[in-house]
Design a protein around this ligand. Structure first.
Ligand SMILES: Cc1cc2nc3c(=O)[nH]c(=O)nc-3n(C[C@H](O)[C@H](O)[C@H](O)COP(=O)(O)O)c2cc1C
Length: 218
């Protein structure tokens, strides 16, 4: 598995992650449940905050089989810390549990610049000022289903705060992808957390999240 991952990183470096514009599918727009919480009386409480994330379970790089995704762990922590609501983006057709099969599919999707459908859309985006957007790094990029989600919604005038979990790539330029998908949003500085730390050593990751959020003024 390590070999495959190293190969992925090599291919990414050589190819620069080239995308070709084809094969777009239509996103589903059914409304979904947002986990609602009452804002606490903090400085950030006057801003309505949503944490949107995509995260996979099953066999994952460096952490074995997981029942809660690395990004989901970080997303829940941010939401709990800021008393924010959460919304999980799910693919209409779930990604394979097996790591290798998932990397193959993700690679095909990236190469064809696909827009796989998501299972349900967030129904009430208009009421939020700030949206944290979380995702795993896939082949040095956002999972294509997150691109479908970002492009299907109107983030005009909103503040987007990206965060990712990864196996070594860091944010890998994904803030730029988000800016391109949401040109009228104010995209702030993102945070990259190692997937392994998120899953197995959250104390260290938590400090990074705390500092980042504080520096952003939340
Ligand atoms: C399809 C796929 C592609 C991946 N590509 C990369 C990559 O290019 N760079 C990287 O650092 N990690 C890569 N990873 C590792 C994930 O980014 C990392 O394990 C992440 O924490 C998974 O988050 P999740 O559990 O929320 O899905 C990849 C994982 C998968 C499944």
């Amino acid at each position: 598995m390590k070999k495959i991952f190293l190969l992925m990183l090599m291919i990414l470096t050589l190819s620069g992650c080239g995308n070709s514009a084809q094969d777009k599918t239509t996103a589903e727009t059914a409304k979904a449940q947002v986990v609602d919480k009452t804002p606490a009386p903090t400085a950030a409480a006057d801003k309505k905050i949503l944490v949107v994330y995509f995260s996979r379970t099953g066999e994952e790089y460096g952490v074995g089989r997981i029942t809660k995704g690395n990004t989901a762990i970080v997303a829940d922590y941010i939401a709990q810390k800021l008393n924010a609501n959460t919304f999980e983006v799910k693919a209409a057709t779930p990604y394979p549990d097996e790591y290798e099969a998932c990397t193959e599919l993700a690679k095909q999707e990236l190469e064809s610049n696909a827009r796989p459908a998501f299972a349900a859309n967030v129904g009430n985006l208009a009421q939020y000022d700030t949206i944290f957007v979380g995702y795993p790094i896939w082949w040095g990029a956002l999972p294509r289903v997150m691109m479908t989600f970002l492009e299907a919604n109107d983030f005009s005038g909103k503040t987007i705060i990206p965060f990712c979990t990864h196996g070594g790539s860091g944010l890998a330029g994904t803030e730029r992808e988000i800016k391109e998908a949401c040109p009228n949003a104010n995209v702030l500085q993102g945070l990259a957390i190692s997937g392994r730390a998120a899953q197995n050593d959250f104390t260290a990751a938590q400090k990074d999240v705390d500092t980042w959020i504080k520096d952003l003024g939340y």
